[in-house]
Write a protein that binds this ligand. Structure first.
Ligand code: PLP
Length: 376
């Protein structure tokens, strides 16, 4: 059977591919230290599990509103200044929302600016909307605002900003975000702010992000998720805050795509939002400690910029590469010889690096780096 040119042009998710490999071979999974997955290791909070079970027992197993439960959208809207439940849509993870927004705002050959390195799905989601990803290199993992300005054409439709960033863990300064906002205003662009890791920010309490800028509210699309904050990756609940017109269009798309998100998952998400904020603070504290440990271990082996958010390191592996060796070859060597899984930088559009997720136990973190040192 002939497949469409559209799907032929799209690469599979390299991070998801790896998860499948481990599920397919549980014996191998046991012996491998997994620095490749992008999910916390702490476990879904018990009240979330209990609320989900209770929802099942109460028969909350039927179709629901396409945009998500009103009670959930109302609670979510309270996180954003000046937003109401009409500004919120809930979908199957932020992944579906990011796919959806490209469908909703892009026409064929429109251009979307993506700072590089970038999360694996951005480029493919843009392509799936028949639009064109325009990559703009970062400098030391920070935005290059001049290069972003220079990349603008009359086809530029949007810019994707992902802070804290996957794969680098970089957090962009409020000043840089303000400059992105000014560029977006002057060029009439949509800002897509992927904030999947907004609860994983270290030493930056004052960071308010785009949400504090009232003058871009009509062009700002914020995407967040329950996945990482509450260790609910399998629940598949993410949400978008955006102008009502965008939410109405997203809802139209979603009505043909998936309908509502699993009803009892949403009940679990409601319970998550009722958890004490001190739990999130405590989690931040634990992850900051882990970041410190991982960074200290990594810089003994690699050149590495200290990440200020998320749970990834993106070290430079240049000095360990043999002639002609790619990050893919290097990652394969770590897996084969050391039993440590990492994601090659090429998956994020940047050779000469690997991504290490430190969302693992301290024991695995120490052992993983020991194994890497052994291979090197
Ligand atoms: N955005 C970024 C930057 C991510 O790293 C991920 C997952 O790894 C997602 C979005 C998607 O998360 P989810 O679909 O689980 O909400």
């Amino acid at each position: 059977m002939r497949l469409s040119q559209r799907i032929e042009a799209v690469a599979p998710s390299r991070t998801v591919q790896f998860t499948r490999l481990l599920h397919d071979d549980p014996a191998k999974a046991l012996s491998v230290i997994n620095f490749a997955v992008g999910e916390p290791h702490t476990g879904t909070p018990q009240p979330v599990i209990a609320a989900t079970k209770q929802a099942l027992d109460k028969g909350k197993t039927r179709y629901g509103p396409v945009r998500g439960l009103k009670s959930l959208r109302t609670l979510i809207s309270e996180q954003f200044d000046g937003y109401r439940e009409e500004n919120i849509i809930v979908a199957n993870g932020s992944k579906q929302l990011l796919y959806g927004i490209m469908q909703v705002i892009c026409d064929p050959l429109d251009e979307v600016i993506i700072p590089r390195p970038f999360w694996v799905s951005f480029s493919e989601q843009v392509k799936l909307a028949s639009a064109v990803p325009i990559y703009v290199d970062t400098v030391d993992h920070q935005l290059d605002l001049t290069a972003i300005s220079n990349a603008m054409t009359n086809r530029t439709r949007a810019i994707i900003i992902n802070s804290p960033n996957n794969p680098t863990g970089a957090v962009y300064s409020q000043e840089d975000l303000r400059q992105v906002a000014d560029i977006a205003i002057s060029k009439d662009l949509t800002i897509i702010s992927d904030e999947a890791y907004h609860d994983f920010m270290y030493e930056n309490e004052a960071h308010k992000g785009f949400g504090s800028m009232a003058d871009i509210r009509d062009r700002l699309v914020v995407v967040r998720s329950f996945s990482k904050t509450f260790d609910m990756t399998g629940f598949r609940v993410g949400y978008m805050a955006a102008p009502q017109k965008v939410i109405t269009a997203m809802s139209r798309l979603q009505s043909h795509l998936s309908g509502n998100v699993c009803t009892f998952s949403q009940e679990g998400a409601l319970a998550a939002l009722s958890l004490s904020p001190s739990l999130i603070k405590e989690k931040q504290r634990q992850f900051q400690k882990k970041r410190d440990m991982a960074f200290d271990l990594a810089r003994e082996l690699f050149d590495c910029i200290k990440p200020m958010g998320a749970f990834y390191l993106f070290p430079n592996i240049g000095r360990h590469l043999s002639a002609g060796q790619t990050s893919e070859g290097f990652a394969a060597r770590l897996l084969e010889k050391g039993g440590v899984a990492v994601v090659p930088g090429s998956a994020f559009g940047m050779e000469g690096h690997i991504r290490i997720s430190y969302a693992v136990s301290d024991k695995h973190l120490a052992e993983g780096f020991e194994r890497i040192a052994g291979v090197l």
